[in-house]
Design a binder for this molecule. Structure first.
Ligand SMILES: [Zn+2]
Length: 342
């Protein structure tokens, strides 16, 4: 990950506190190092905060924002105290929490608290612990649905190291998948990659080790396109395959874990959305129902997704582009019976 330091800036944190801190740019995302204090036990640590997150290249069909480059805001929106694993949005790292919160059942894992950066703390732990805190703090289902949705996005965009030889092949495949087209979104590009790789894998003359490497690339393209369910299935099979080079094995394990977490967060988001039904204002019902349809589709429950796409289409189209979006995504569902459209 390349990074360069440039200048200094005043950053407003929490209740109006203004700090002068050095700013770092991670290839498109503007970040600042901030001296943070854990509100649960007073642990002190340095965290990276988001100064500005307006550098969006595209949205996925479930509204996951993709930055132009570098680290995604979803990874840093929630901070985790590296000592006690208390997790919350950056703005909630202020003051001191009531001691009753010290009984929170927070998930943890071994890390070097003095050295770890927020960008490297596992997003699954961050968002699960944030959910635990906000539930006890009495946040409503709409807030928690949004938190869990961000958790699912964070799993999709979380950056992991790739085996050394990955990038060369990926770049070549990517150029071929783009086929001279411009302005493909991250989701569209990866769907093109999936098609390309499936074609390559159908070649009966493919050598087994090459096949294993291509299936790893297929899994990552599926994961990056939001297809965590299909990606997890490919990875599971790949991990049983002795032909997978060692350099790819631990990477495949981590990616399978992220796929499982993304699924878990989507399930939680859906469950909170159902609970929050009465809280959705009429002007947002089309959009929120469409989003639920997208989650059901991604979770593989196609009939539930179909019903929700149709319900979403029955609301006044707001925003206007929603009508086309609903049709496009509904058409991605597998047909279920004779005569059925889409
Ligand atoms: Zn702490």
């Amino acid at each position: 990950m390349s990074r360069c330091r440039w200048g200094g800036v005043g950053v407003r944190i929490g209740a109006g506190l203004l700090l002068a801190v050095p700013v770092v740019a991670l290839a498109g995302t503007r970040l600042a190092d901030i001296d943070a204090v854990c509100p649960l036990f007073g642990h002190r640590f340095t965290a990276q905060g988001i100064v500005r997150e307006d550098d969006v290249a595209a949205f996925d069909a479930d509204f996951c924002k993709r930055p132009r480059g570098g680290v995604s805001a979803y990874v840093l929106a929630v901070w985790t105290c590296p000592y006690c694993f208390f997790s919350a949005y950056q703005a909630d790292f202020r003051g001191t929490l009531d001691p009753r919160f010290r009984d929170l059942e927070l998930r943890s894992y071994p890390l070097d608290a003095a050295k770890v950066e927020q960008v490297n703390i596992f997003v699954g732990t961050k968002y699960l612990n944030a959910e635990t805190y906000y539930r006890v703090a009495g946040k409503d289902a709409r807030f928690l649905a949004d938190l869990m949705l961000r958790g699912s996005y964070a799993c999709r965009v979380f950056q992991l190291a790739e085996p050394p030889e990955y990038e060369g092949l990926h770049d070549a495949l990517r150029a071929e998948a783009e086929g001279g087209r411009e302005r493909l979104s991250v989701e569209e590009l990866n769907l093109s990659l999936v098609d390309l790789l499936r074609g390559r894998l159908a070649d009966p003359a493919l050598a087994p080790e090459r096949g294993a490497v291509l299936r790893y690339h297929l899994a990552e393209a599926l994961r990056q396109s939001g297809g965590h369910r299909e990606a997890a299935a490919v990875l599971e099979e790949l991990l049983r395959d002795r032909g997978l080079p060692d350099a790819y094995r631990s990477q495949a394990v981590q990616r399978k874990f992220l796929c499982d977490k993304e699924r878990e967060f989507q399930e939680r988001a859906l469950s909170y959305f159902r609970e929050a039904e009465g809280m959705i204002p009429p002007s947002e019902r089309g959009l929120v129902t469409y989003l639920q349809a997208e989650l059901e589709r991604r979770l593989g429950r196609f009939e539930e997704a179909r019903t929700l796409y149709e319900r979403a289409a029955s609301y006044p189209p707001d925003p206007a582009w929603l009508t086309g979006m609903i049709r496009k995504q509904r058409d991605r569902l597998p047909a279920t019976g004779p005569g059925e459209q889409g």
